[in-house]
Design a protein around this ligand. Structure first.
Ligand code: 5AD
Ligand code: FES
Length: 343
């Protein structure tokens, strides 16, 4: 049976009930994947874009129940990268063929707006032909505006779950879904290319919540949608919850590709962590971006949102080579490109 998949592809109004059947795997899985891949080829050919991820601080003032670098994890070894180190990562990345850098970190008060702007402006001056992506969590609209004027042009902020009740189960009182969504609207209004997304299989998640995630994304219409399986970390309150499933994550990637044909969809590190060929499967299911780590090898193990994260021992060049081969092994091509969305 592949009637639902066909309907999803034809952009006919698909009901919540039908989405639930699709999300739970009630339609022909091979057909879903095939159609998603056909749509990705129609829009992006066999090209796979790459982003160089620089995890510049693992200090965080927040205490999300699922995250290994939460404030209450006193066992986490904390680090910060200075401007020179970040610039060196970008320089090395550029030479390896990266044309976009993602500065990602916990919500770390040490990096004031002045410091962020100083770093962004320096990257911009060093790499005028590159996209600069920030992923620093929730900030005021004024702060977002300042970073934008300093030279940043993309921002990643996953909404994590679009359901109020579920959001409450994953986060402490101090955080609110409404605020998080507002940040995404603010970023969009300023002119950033934005990315959002959610975890698949996070504790207490119901299929209904995933439908809400899709509905929220339909309203937001982000340029990038990042999803990965929830993965456990023993120093969090969720340590006894099981990992999310690879199969459901792959299914969600295909559904996203059919609902958002234009979208940039990464085959995430979390997907590569849950299965040795997870990222390759992600590409085959409709993903078209990979985001390898450019952080200095010495700190990679310390940015541990979840356990057993891959690529923590390799150098940037090794990762690029490895990924390029992995991408080619499933018939796609890792390209040197700033990797803009094709609306
Ligand atoms: N498992 C999987 N993904 C996680 N993230 C945070 N903690 C985990 C975890 N335990 C994701 C969140 C966040 C992104 C940077 O990493 O979705 O937005
Ligand atoms: Fe990092 Fe393979 S992608 S080593």
């Amino acid at each position: 049976m592949s009637e639902l998949t066909a309907r999803l592809q034809q952009e006919q109004d698909i009901s919540d009930e039908e989405l639930i059947v699709l999300i739970e795997g009630g339609d022909d899985q091979e057909d879903l994947k095939k159609r998603a891949d056909a749509v990705r080829r129609e829009h992006y050919g066999i090209e796979v874009y790459t982003r160089g991820l620089i995890e510049f601080t693992n200090y965080c003032k927040n205490d999300c129940y699922y995250c290994g670098i939460r404030r209450s994890n006193t066992l986490a070894d904390r680090y910060r990268l200075d401007k020179e180190t970040i610039l060196a990562c970008c320089k090395e990345g550029y030479e390896l063929g990266f044309r976009t850098f993602v500065l990602q970190g916990g919500e770390d008060g040490y990096y004031t707006d002045d410091r962020i702007c100083d770093i962004v402006a320096a990257i911009r001056a060093q790499n005028p032909d590159c996209a600069i992506t920030l992923s620093l969590g929730e900030k005021t609209k004024e702060s977002f505006q300042r970073y934008y004027e300093a030279g940043a042009n993309r921002y990643l902020l996953r909404h994590e779950t679009a359901d109020e009740e579920h959001y409450r189960m994953l986060h402490p009182e101090s955080l609110s879904l409404q605020k998080r969504k507002q940040c995404l609207w603010d970023l969009k209004e300023i002119g950033y290319q934005i990315g959002s997304g959610f975890m698949v299989g996070s504790p207490y998640q119901k299929t209904e919540y995933l439908v809400e995630d899709l509905r929220f994304l339909q309203k937001l219409s982000p340029d990038m949608i990042g999803i990965g399986p929830y993965l456990t970390h023993k120093e969090t309150p969720f340590k006894d919850f099981p990992n999310g499933s690879m199969e459901q994550t792959l299914r969600m990637i295909s559904i996203l590709r059919l609902m958002f044909p234009y979208a940039l969809i990464p085959a995430t590190t979390a997907l590569g962590t849950i299965h040795p060929r997870g990222r390759e499967f992600g590409l085959q299911a409709g993903a078209n971006v990979v985001m390898p780590n450019l952080s200095p090898t010495g700190v990679r193990k310390l940015y541990q949102l979840y356990e057993n994260k891959i690529c923590t021992g390799e150098e940037a060049a090794e990762c690029r080579g490895c990924l390029s081969r992995r991408v080619a092994s499933v018939g796609y091509e890792l390209v040197v490109d700033v990797g803009d969305v094709k609306r």
